[in-house]
Design a protein around this ligand. Structure first.
Ligand code: LRH
Ligand code: MN
Ligand code: MN
Length: 388
């Protein structure tokens, strides 16, 4: 039997971070469908994120992407966030959209381009200092399109050099989250393609370098929960970028494509102690809402993570361990499936009500009039990122 009070406490304590770019317009390389009322600047993105937190009670952090969220005064932006009841979360460095990065950023064959990239990464650490954020998230679009285009080992050495310089600049309470991605935009070879490469670089760097698992960044069929279990057991699971994929890096709502996979991932998180804030696992969303309204989509995504977490918490760990030890394959599998089959929505509704929140945050959002207000107030919203 699971201790239901412990389950409730764990759910109350979980925090989910939403990304600033989810609130702006986004799309594919074919079309960006602009929506009315989207934020015109980082301040308004934070206001929308604060709305998601106000309705869910568990999303008090907002990730920024620099320079998409460039402002003159980051301390001021952080103060604005605090005024709205949220805080600045991970700072995402962006070394992929300048012309100079055609052949890569930190792995570019030209030393001047490598310098420019490292300079930006160091400037992002300044943003961490100014905002009080803990995490610098590094994702590199670096790679090659054709065999022979670049020297793989030399590029790895350049990458290590750049990471070491940034790592040396961190304060004791700051971390590098190193994110990997199989392919795209590079189509032949990517310089940080998988968790093994990310893990190896983190090991070389030191304990303040940890891996970010973006659930959309694997080959189809990859056992992501294995990666999670391994990294967590080694103290190197720093964060998730949650989203769903059907094909490639689709950035759809987490839990939409494969809620069972999300449950399996959360089971490994719970099993490995990753829900304990001391484990340092940052549960972030990394999504773009190209055709659906953005704020309710974020609320829905937060709830999807909560549902998977609740089901994972309901796994009877003792019964599972006993069945595993006894070699009872079917019983062990049944323990997991029983938890997965539980409808946890009533429990989550109850927890929200206990906190003085509406039981259905999406319905509460629609009833609040916020969508109508921002539609009237905000004219000419911004685009989130490269879908532009
Ligand atoms: C790259 C990525 C990375 C970026 C984000 C916008 O595909 O997942 O995390 O910063 O998308
Ligand atoms: Mn990501
Ligand atoms: Mn991605």
């Amino acid at each position: 039997m699971q201790d239901i009070e412990a389950v409730r406490a764990a759910l109350r304590a979980q925090r989910i971070e939403t990304p600033s770019w989810a609130y702006g317009n986004s799309g594919t390389r074919f079309k960006v469908f602009a929506q009315e009322g989207v934020p015109r600047d980082p301040y308004e993105k934070i206001a929308d994120a604060a709305r998601v937190h106000a309705l869910t009670g568990v999303a008090p952090l907002v990730s920024l992407h620099i320079p998409w969220d460039r402002v003159d005064d980051y301390a001021h932006l952080a103060a604005h966030a605090r005024d709205y009841g949220v805080r600045i979360g991970a700072i995402n460095a962006n070394v992929f959209q300048d012309d100079a990065y055609r052949l890569g950023s930190v792995t570019n064959p030209d030393a001047r381009v490598r310098r420019k990239a490292v300079h930006h990464l160091l400037a992002c650490v300044d943003v961490l200092d100014a905002t009080g954020s803990r995490d610098l998230k590094l994702w590199f679009a670096d790679g090659t399109n054709y065999p022979g285009q670049g020297d793989i080992a030399t590029r790895q050495a350049y990458l290590a050099e750049a990471l070491a310089e940034v790592y040396a600049r961190l304060s004791a309470d700051q971390r590098i989250l190193l994110e990997y991605k199989l392919f795209e935009p590079a189509f032949y070879m990517t310089d940080v393609p998988d968790w093994g490469t990310a893990y190896a670089h983190c090991l070389e760097l030191g304990p303040q370098a940890v891996v970010c698992v973006d659930t959309g960044h694997h080959a189809p069929g990859t056992n992501i929960e294995f990666i999670v279990a391994f990294l967590l057991s080694r103290g190197r699971l720093g964060a998730f970028d949650f989203n769903s994929r059907f094909y490639a890096d689709d950035d759809l709502m987490v839990g939409a494509a494969d809620p069972f996979q999300l449950f399996r991932i959360m089971h490994e998180v719970v099993r490995g102690g990753g829900l304990d804030p001391a484990a340092g696992v940052n549960f972030m969303l990394d999504q773009c809402h190209n055709i659906e309204p953005k704020i309710p989509a974020q609320i829905r995504s937060v709830a999807n993570v909560q549902e998977a977490t609740a089901k994972a918490l309901l796994v009877d760990a003792e019964e599972l361990a006993a069945a595993q030890q006894a070699g009872d394959v079917l019983a062990a599998n049944a323990v997991l499936m029983d938890a997965y089959a539980t409808d946890v929505r009533p429990l989550l509704r109850e927890l929200r009500e206990e906190q003085g929140l509406a039981p259905d945050p999406v319905a509460a959002y629609h009833a609040s009039g916020y969508a109508e207000r921002i539609r009237a107030e905000r004219v000419g919203g911004t685009q989130a990122g490269w879908g532009a």
